[in-house]
Design a protein around this ligand. Sequence first.
Ligand code: ADP
Ligand code: MG
Length: 497
Amino acid sequence: MGNIVDEVITKAKTEIGKIMSKKPEQLTPSQIVAELDKYVIGQKAAKKSVAIALRNRWRRQNVEGEIREEIMPNNIIMIGPTGVGKTEIARRLSKLANAPFVKVEASKFTEVGYVGRDVESMIRELVDLSVNIVKTDKMQYVQKKAEENADERILDILLPPVKSKSNGAKSAASSSGIKESSENLINMDNSTNADDEYENNKKTREKLKDQLKAGKLDERQIELDLTSDNSPMMQVLGPIGLDDMGINIQDLFGNMMPKKTKKRKMTIGEARKVITQEEANKLIDMDSVVKEALEKTMDSGIVFIDEIDKVAGGQSKNQAGGPDVSREGVQRDLLPIVEGSTVNTKYGPVKTDHILFIASGAFHTSKPSDLIPELQGRFPIRVELDSLGEDDFYRILTQPENALIKQYKALVETEGIDIEFDDDAIKEVAKVAADVNEKVENIGARRLHTILSTLLEDILFDIPDKIRDSKLKIDRELVESRLSTIVKDRDLSRYIL
Ligand SMILES: Nc1ncnc2c1ncn2[C@@H]1O[C@H](COP(=O)(O)OP(=O)(O)O)[C@@H](O)[C@H]1O
Ligand SMILES: [Mg+2]
């Protein structure tokens, strides 16, 4: 009975899971903005653009007929100073869409030793991520079965099963019909011992199984055979870069080499995890994972190209560490990928036509119009992000679900201490951040990290040795006393904040 109920519940959960995992892609633009609002303060225009872009890909997927292939993604350039939420918006967006997301720095491609091929590596990375997402997703559905299989395998090691002779005879007899009863009698007489042994083994096994499931055996050591994924051959070949060229070494050599198993000693607790993983891998159909992952990459992958301004033309040749030729070269290399081309990966070819590209840059010394025209054309949407001030900082410190103050509270709470920030204190932190940004260098909301960690350094060091109170209060005076000398001294601020 219990089992059936369990099964029904698991099935229901699976169904709900499927529905839930589909839902994010169908968020309406205003719902997307509302989700982003939970993490990013302000930046309305940017949120609006990315919301439209995301919804448009879902719309495109529902378009019938040939025109569907013609619809291009709404690639975006986000323009704004550092630390105002450009990366954060893109990252949150990809989470919402449950989409594979990679972030590359365009300037990286101007570095010495760069070869054109490297630009394609971002697509390979995207596919790798996608395979992981899809695989992890499928793992959930086979998890329970994998756990059961793993426990059985461990039981086999702990207590090898005994075959019952009579059982074997029984089934043979029943298939031959009439003789059943007489055969059974004979067997029962001859095999009492074997039967006892079988019954005992079965009982002990049940007991062990209960203990195993309850985690009572987790500390014990066990030795087991594991199939290793990495044969030595592949490890030798790996770094040479076949993989980088999208050639699957496993395909080349996998079938030629015997599957290797390795003996390993570990605790049962560990073994249960490792074997569950191995069993789950067996239960998953990798072909369908790869197929789905490739589709996911092509239809919903997001590539975030940071520091695009560093490869734009404009003045100062030395800024990006290379001559203009190299910067334009990077743009030329990026172009086919953004325009839509086919990149070979170890999982198969990936068409980049419908991948969403979000570029970002400060564009202090150059403008988007300094990019080569072809590339400009592929980023039809430009959106500016506002630089952040004192009020924004106050909200960033307190409102987002992952707000810094909340993070520190959670950290300190693990030591049994409740840390309370006065509203005035938070306002003071925000003010100091805006001050230092103005006087020293504007690094946006990143400033809050350095200021808070400076502010709390001593407290975090003295917990739990010296500070054992169950409540701590951070008030304005404390903020002032800890930060004021640093803030007043420009050089000190430069180094410390
Ligand atoms: N508008 C914002 N709202 C909330 N947090 C922000 C905002 N802007 C920046 N941050 C925080 O500041 C840090 C840097 O932001 P990031 O998005 O990486 O900046 P950039 O614009 O340079 O890409 C992150 O921890 C991010 O959460
Ligand atoms: Mg960034």
